[in-house]
Design a binder for this molecule. Structure first.
Ligand code: KIV
Ligand code: ZN
Length: 385
């Protein structure tokens, strides 16, 4: 069994979601829940970006006991210094420093030659290691970078002291096959790669962040970065709750485990949604309101006979108290009778057929039938009997 490290960046990349702005107390609240959720590393913010973020990262670093707290820094000394000041009180401080490696970023954004980028990356990692015991170095836009350039710069930053090498798909451009190939290439060509952990960091612009992350794992990554509910820049990051549950449910296939406490999944998702104001779509995998709801009669009948007919994840696994058989126009008699029984009605087949007829009529006008609707139906039927 291989252990994968979970690196949460809800409080940094997640907070970069347009429209999200968490205050210090909200950040701390989320950090404590992430600790209960069992993440290994949490990126609490970008200390050099503002006084508020600096203070937020500092209070998280000084509070969290069971995870390593990190902060982001550009490859400039003042960012590294600010990060150290914010993180030094933590139990396991680490720095996350990045520089772009793709031709488009180096030419147009950084206006640096590839050799200058290598020199800056090396210098910054070496500088950071004077204070930080652990340094993660990220090759921003790695998935659009030249593979042999990546091999060269990674070898140099590992020599300079980087302990984690992160290869982000910054713009969500890559495919699972291509992203996996990059990890395989790096694993096979960087001579000192065994001195560092390889990490994946995927964005969801083409809806492939989770698939790409899993492909990275299959090709040598032992750390995956993502956010709760998949929030983040543009279309967001890989959703960590989906990753953790997918690895758990298909343990037979992946043979991988994580330190995640899956029973805290729903609570973590709800808190992040509430404090960020980023609503979770009803049909979202694992934590959406419909994830354990069944409406069609065939599915409801199957689930009542044996839950595993249509449920591969039990609601209890992720901290949801029970599955939800939604009564609507596709529902059948079996689910209808079962709900009435739970409401305390034990009736003859004749009365049941009558009530079912009324219920079906109501579904022509109403999408979801509530328990109150059922009480009304039953009262009408019983008083007219
Ligand atoms: O997506 C990205 O490239 C990032 C880096 C800062 C790691 O978030
Ligand atoms: Zn990112």
């Amino acid at each position: 069994m291989t252990r994968i490290n979970i690196f949460d960046t809800t409080l940094r990349d997640g907070e970069q979601s347009p429209g999200v702005n968490l205050n210090q107390l909200e950040k701390l609240e989320i950090a404590k829940q992430l600790e209960r959720f069992g993440v290994n590393v949490m990126e609490a913010g970008f200390p050099a970006s503002s006084r508020g973020d600096f203070e937020g990262v500092k209070s998280i670093a000084n509070t969290i006991q069971n995870a390593s707290v990190t902060g982001l820094a550009r490859a400039v000394k003042s960012d590294v210094d600010a990060a150290w000041d914010a993180l030094k009180g933590g139990v396991d401080p680490r720095l996350h420093v990045f520089i772009a490696t793709s031709p488009i970023h180096m030419t147009h954004k950084l206006k640096k030659s590839p050799d200058q980028v290598v020199a800056t990356a090396e210098e910054m990692v070496r500088y950071a290691r004077k204070t930080f015991p652990k340094v993660e170095w990220s090759a921003e836009d790695a998935s659009r970078s030249d593979l042999d350039f990546l091999v060269h710069i990674i070898e140099r930053v590992i020599d300079a002291g980087a302990t984690v090498i992160n290869l982000p798909d910054t713009v969500g451009y890559t495919t699972p096959y291509e992203y996996g190939k990059m990890f395989r290439y790096v694993t096979e060509h960087v001579p000192n790669i065994d001195k560092a952990i390889l990490s994946a960091h995927c964005h969801d612009d083409l809806g492939m962040a989770l698939a790409n992350s899993i492909s990275a794992i299959e090709n040598g990554a032992t750390q995956v970065e993502g956010t709760i509910n998949g929030i983040g820049e543009r279309a967001g990051n890989a959703a960590l709750e989906e990753l953790a549950v997918a690895l758990h449910i298909r343990k037979d296939y992946y043979n991988i485990d994580t330190s995640i406490n899956l029973g805290e999944t729903k609570r973590t998702s709800d808190l992040v949604s509430k404090l960020t104001g980023m609503f979770v779509p009803r049909n979202k995998a694992v934590v959406g309101q419909n994830a354990f709801a069944h409406e069609s009669g065939i599915h409801q009948d199957g689930v009542l006979k044996h839950a595993e007919t249509y449920e591969i994840i039990t609601p209890e696994l992720v901290g949801v108290h029970s599955n939800d058989l939604v009564l609507g126009k596709h529902s059948g008699k079996h689910a209808f009778k079962d709900r009435l029984k739970k409401l305390g009605y034990d009736m003859s087949d004749e009365l049941l057929s009558k009530a079912f007829g009324e219920f079906k009529q109501l579904t022509d006008h109403k999408k979801t039938i509530t328990d109150d609707d059922l009480f009304t139906i039953m009262t009408d039927i019983q008083t007219s009997a």
